[in-house]
Design a protein around this ligand. Structure first.
Ligand code: AP5
Length: 220
């Protein structure tokens, strides 16, 4: 069997990371989240991390060539029959084109692109209320998905913090960037017959069955 992949597409705060955790728990799939990979690089103070940090703090996209190299290196290290779930990638038309080319050369297949649909107000509310565990990366929301003890991770007891790009002005900028540079991918993947829309404005537990159904329908 060849490499297969799916994409979680959606605005900042749409719930990509949250849904990715659910899918990972339900099936063997390698989760490739470019935002998480970049934050790891920043923590490691690598050259890539130092370059990415400025873009991320401003809510701007990291240059395409850096992202594509980082993702493809990871894919090329995997098993020849691996299943990948891309979260936050691709995010621009050049990234999508390079992914297509890379997959074509390797006989890999993009099976589906799930668009998590939410309104701008919901994104704003989710991002301002998001808290992330410093230790294990688990995601919470102060009201929607609160931890059992405020400021403490349910899973590992680590400290919860607010991402530096979750400040209101930076969120506004990220939502603009999504509209300008990423939303065009909706038509791109729809024209290829790969796009499935999932209403992600509902609570996590109501959204999950539709997402899992979409994955099953495409035999991913
Ligand atoms: P990244 O980390 O990918 O951020 P993002 O795409 O802006 O997405 P988020 O992680 O903010 O949101 P999400 O959709 O995952 O929502 P989540 O599940 O956490 O990227 C950060 C930066 O890295 C970018 O700005 C860019 O600079 C750079 N970058 C990354 N990839 C790049 C690329 N390909 N090219 C160039 N640059 C790149 O949920 C949010 C909150 O809502 C949480 O608190 C959660 O608990 C809550 N919540 C989620 N779902 C629900 C629900 N259904 N009901 C109630 N609450 C919910």
């Amino acid at each position: 069997m060849a490499v297969r992949a799916m994409v979680l597409l959606g605005a900042p705060g749409a719930g990509k990371g949250t849904m990715a955790e659910v899918v990972k728990a339900a099936m063997p799939v390698t989760h490739i989240a470019t935002g998480d990979m970049l934050r790891d690089e920043i923590r490691a103070a690598s050259a890539l991390g130092q370059e990415a940090d400025g873009y991320m703090r401003q809510g701007r996209l990291v240059p395409d060539d850096l992202i594509v190299r980082m993702v493809m290196r990871r894919v090329d290290q995997g098993a020849p029959d691996a299943r990948y779930m891309f979260d936050g990638f691709p995010r621009t038309r050049p990234q999508a084109d390079l992914l297509d080319r890379h997959f074509q050369e390797r006989g890999a297949q993009l099976a589906l692109v799930v668009l998590l649909e939410v309104t701008r107000d919901i994104c704003l509310d989710r991002l301002t209320g998001r808290r992330v565990c410093r230790k294990c990366g688990a995601n919470f929301h102060v009201r929607n998905i609160p931890p059992l003890v405020a400021g403490v991770c349910d899973q590992c007891g680590g400290e919860l913090y607010q991402r530096p790009d979750d400040m209101p002005e930076t969120i506004e900028r990220r939502l603009e960037v999504f509209k300008e540079q990423t939303a065009g991918l909706i038509d791109y993947y729809s024209d290829k017959g790969l796009l499935v829309r999932v209403d992600s404005s509902r609570h996590r537990d109501e959204t999950v069955p539709d997402l899992m159904q979409a994955i099953a329908d495409r035999h991913f």
